[in-house]
Ligand binder design. Structure first.
Ligand SMILES: [Zn+2]
Length: 428
């Protein structure tokens, strides 16, 4: 299957903050063959070399970037997003743990998985690191749907053996066995990857974290995802449950769960030793601004962690997060960092949404850039996607940074003109 996609191509080479550049082709085109980018360049050159009859999708005037990457999201929370009035621990008990119990029903899980992937693609998100529920059926449904759509997705069954309703708990052996069976079935199949997923220290016993660590040791090329240092009450409870641990991160360190493929949601109230260890062990801190504001958790220290050498990713954390849109997530990230007196230019934001997040997940050789051989996951952006954006753009004169900033402050799914997943149009 061959296709040419025309438009204004933008792809980053490195973090703008660290002096990295980007490639921009105003009248560009890329040719897609069998789901991969085969060629990229000036439109006239790509078109002249293409086999006769190759279909052309003309997005002239619109920006084309690598598809967005969401480093932390919960697919079973699509019906609790926007639930009123509580902070983390009560929010879990009152809303999330009720909703997640429905996912032992494969039919329900399949319906939600379909909605979820439709929604991600509508928002220009083509890769995500996804929590399922404790029910293996929930992970089965998600992986099956992602495979059907040919998407690059990472996901895992939640492991949880205490401090949750009985219907939502496994036990150390069952959590290990079920995770391993799912991993053996789905990891590396098509574009799918498995993430070992203990929800967080509060809902896993030491024995369960140990089992998760054993699984990681057996399968070192899988990801690990969990939550870390989101909320003061959560941190205090964790410390009381793990009195031997030096701090919250140490709970995971002792279990062998911290490494370059480990993604830790939130990381807001980290202590100096935790920051040093996270940096040394190359773990990833997932910054989830809409969630952190919505649940009143706190303000992420992006500049501080970056300076300390901690790898950072950006994420929605739906349903604690309030938007599926990574444009809106970047908008809220900018505001959080304003509150901390930190700057976050638009180029840095769009680097983070694409190559930055791909690197954080160790996927930069597959996704995150427009280059020959990379997977053809693309987002086509329209900075005039709403009347207010079109009106605003009247005062933007060929300034890419300003256009990107309008996109991230005012844009959402209406600014996403098309999404390509594995070279196929995916926005419905
Ligand atoms: Zn989360």
């Amino acid at each position: 299957m061959s296709r040419i996609v025309k438009g204004r191509l933008l792809s980053f080479r490195d973090a703008p903050r660290h002096g990295g550049g980007y490639d921009y082709i105003e009248n560009g085109a890329l040719r897609i063959e069998n789901g991969l980018i085969a060629e990229i360049g000036e439109a006239r050159d790509v078109l002249s070399r293409a086999p006769e009859g190759t279909p052309v999708d003309d997005h002239s005037g619109r920006l084309i970037l690598p598809g967005f990457v969401d480093a932390h999201i919960h697919y079973p929370q699509t019906r609790v997003i926007g639930s009123y009035g509580t902070q983390l621990l009560e929010w879990l008990q009152k809303y999330t743990f009720v909703e997640e119990q429905k996912f032992s029903d494969p039919a329900h899980a399949a319906v939600v998985a379909r909605f979820f992937l439709d929604e991600l693609f509508r928002q220009g998100t083509t890769t995500a690191v996804v929590y399922c529920t404790v029910a293996p059926e929930s992970a089965e449904a998600f992986f099956a749907e992602a495979e059907r759509r040919g998407a690059r997705m990472i996901a895992g069954k939640v492991m949880m053996d205490r401090n949750a309703p009985p219907a939502l708990t496994d036990d150390p052996q069952r959590g290990y066995d079920e995770s391993k069976a799912l991993l053996l079935k789905w990891h590396g199949r098509g574009r799918l990857g498995y993430a070992i997923t203990p929800r967080f220290a509060i809902t896993s016993s030491p024995a369960q974290l140990e089992a998760a660590g054993a699984l990681r040791q057996e399968f070192p090329d899988t990801h690990v995802q969990t939550h870390l240092s989101e909320n003061h009450a959560e941190i205090a409870l964790t410390k009381s449950l793990y009195p031997q641990a030096r701090d919250y991160l140490d709970v995971y360190e002792r279990a062998g769960l911290v490494g370059p493929k480990s993604v830790f949601g939130h990381c807001i109230h980290l202590e100096p030793r935790e920051i040093e260890a996270l940096s040394r062990l190359r773990g990833v801190a997932a910054f989830c601004p809409t969630s952190n504001l919505f649940l009143g958790s706190g303000l992420f220290d992006e500049a501080g962690l970056d300076k300390a050498g901690v790898r950072v990713a950006l994420a929605t954390d739906v349903g604690g997060g309030t938007s599926y849109s990574l444009l809106q997530t970047a908008n809220e990230a900018y505001k959080v960092l304003q509150m901390r007196g930190q700057s976050w230019p638009a180029f840095q934001a769009f680097y983070q949404l694409t190559l930055g997040n791909a690197r954080a997940l160790g996927l930069e050789d597959r996704i995150g850039a427009l280059a020959p051989g990379r997977e053809a996951d693309l987002v086509v952006l329209d900075a005039r996607g709403t009347p207010a954006m079109a009106h605003r753009m009247e005062s933007v004169r060929r300034d890419l940074a300003e256009e990107l900033f309008v996109l991230m402050t005012m844009g959402d799914d209406r600014a996403v003109a098309q999404t390509y997943v594995g070279g196929e149009r995916a926005k419905t």
